[in-house]
Design a protein around this ligand. Structure first.
Ligand code: PLP
Length: 394
């Protein structure tokens, strides 16, 4: 099938909810992908910040192949080694004592919202509200669009569940003012992803932790985008030196297979007893086998140090470009989650980069998001930036 065949077929039969670019990808290897007409692209989007180890990483492919030949799915009413092993690795590598697995980032956040409410209910003080940030993104389910601090994702879906309040991001006084007698938790991204790659001031998360401790609140960090090495540390919270109560993961955890996770400390996890939550596919043997391969590769192959150094190189090169190109207003980010704020909407730049063989995307209308696989080489960064520079100069 050609690009056109695939695009026409989807155009006829799929819900038309995505503003898709006119290409159909059929193959990927490392930081490169190929469309159905054989055109090659550098993927600086990592297929929506998912393939942190690059496309078809051999360790993930091997784990999937072996697991597919053994058993694909084990019911959560039985035990499964890949699920227990992935939980052990995530717990050993984090603040957490326990892991729950699901199928996506939104589901992980649903679980965190439910856990916070149940924790609040168990305390018997009528506290259930969760304060989130304006500009945040937490998913597309009814509860997670309500948690999301963007009016546009909620429009048309009322009535929404009660129990959410919003405060401007990176403003501790505003957050404190939004906390009320019924608040049980604060839920934040360590760096706003879909909201435009907004990096908070260095002390912000420390101040939030302090606020949560003073007011008896849980601190939930949505690490669906920032986790699994994206910021140059395994989890984003490590950069701020704080300990959250709950974190949520998705995207890079399976390097392309759909898996989400919620990690929590024992004190909080205890609020979920038998029957409090669950899922058919969450913790599936196949996806957890991929997760084990991902975390072992991230920690074993010095991927995190490579990501941190590559991110610095990428930002430094972009800042040099900023000095010459007034269309670039700001360059920001951590590790390989990098935002380039333009003076104008970025959609046309994304389109022209794609035509020239580079996949990027644009968040918050004017912010180009650079999120290549964490294994990206200097040569690939240089090749991608040569395309960006050419597009921005013309
Ligand atoms: N949370 C954050 C920070 C995200 O960036 C996303 C997706 O972009 C989600 C949650 C939702 O994840 P999913 O699309 O896997 O449901």
């Amino acid at each position: 099938m050609t690009n056109k065949d695939i695009i026409d077929l989807g155009g006829k039969y799929l819900f038309q909810i995505y503003a898709r670019a006119p290409l159909a990808l059929v193959r990927g290897q490392g930081c490169r992908v190929w469309d159905a007409d054989g055109k090659e692209y550098l993927d600086f989007f990592a297929s929506t910040v998912v393939v942190n180890l690059g496309h078809c990483h051999p360790s993930v492919t091997r784990a999937l192949t072996e697991q597919a030949g053994a058993i694909l799915h084990v019911s959560n009413l039985h035990h499964s080694a890949p699920q227990a092993q992935l939980a052990q690795r995530l717990v050993d590598a984090s603040f957490a004592d326990r892991a729950f697995f699901c199928n996506s980032g939104a589901e992980a956040n649903e679980a965190a919202i439910k856990l916070a409410r149940k924790y609040g209910a168990d305390q018997g003080e009528g506290r259930y509200e969760i304060v989130t940030a304006l500009g945040s993104f937490h998913g597309r389910t009814i509860a997670t669009i309500t948690a999301t601090g963007q009016e546009k994702v909620r429009r048309g879906f009322q009535p929404l569940p009660e129990g959410f309040r919003y405060a401007p991001y990176d403003d501790i006084a505003a957050l404190e003012a939004a906390v009320g007698d019924r608040t049980i938790a604060v839920m934040l991204e360590p760096v706003l992803g879909e909201g435009g790659i907004v990096v908070p001031s260095p002390d912000y998360l420390k101040q939030v932790r302090d606020l949560c401790d003073r007011r008896g609140l849980l601190l939930i960090l949505d690490e669906v985008q920032t986790g699994m090495g994206r910021l140059g540390s395994l989890f984003g919270y490590e950069l701020s030196g704080i300990t959250p109560d709950i974190i949520t993961l998705g995207k890079g955890l399976g390097n392309g297979v759909p898996i989400g996770a919620m990690l929590a400390s024992e004190r909080v996890a205890e609020a979920f007893g038998i029957g409090a939550h669950g899922t058919t596919f969450g913790g599936n043997a196949l996806t957890c086998a991929a997760g084990v391969a991902v975390i072992d590769t991230l920690l074993g192959d010095r991927v995190l140090a490579h990501c941190a150094a590559s991110g610095e190189y990428l930002r430094e090169r972009l800042r040099r470009m900023q000095g010459e190109l007034p269309i670039i207003r700001n360059v920001r980010g951590h590790g390989l989650l990098v935002g380039v704020e333009l003076a104008e909407p970025g959609a046309a730049v994304v389109e022209r980069c794609r035509e020239a063989g580079l996949l990027l995307n644009c968040t918050a209308e004017k912010v180009l998001r650079f999120s290549p696989p964490l294994i990206v080489s200097r040569e690939e960064i240089d090749a991608g930036l040569a395309i960006v520079e050419k597009v921005l100069r013309t």
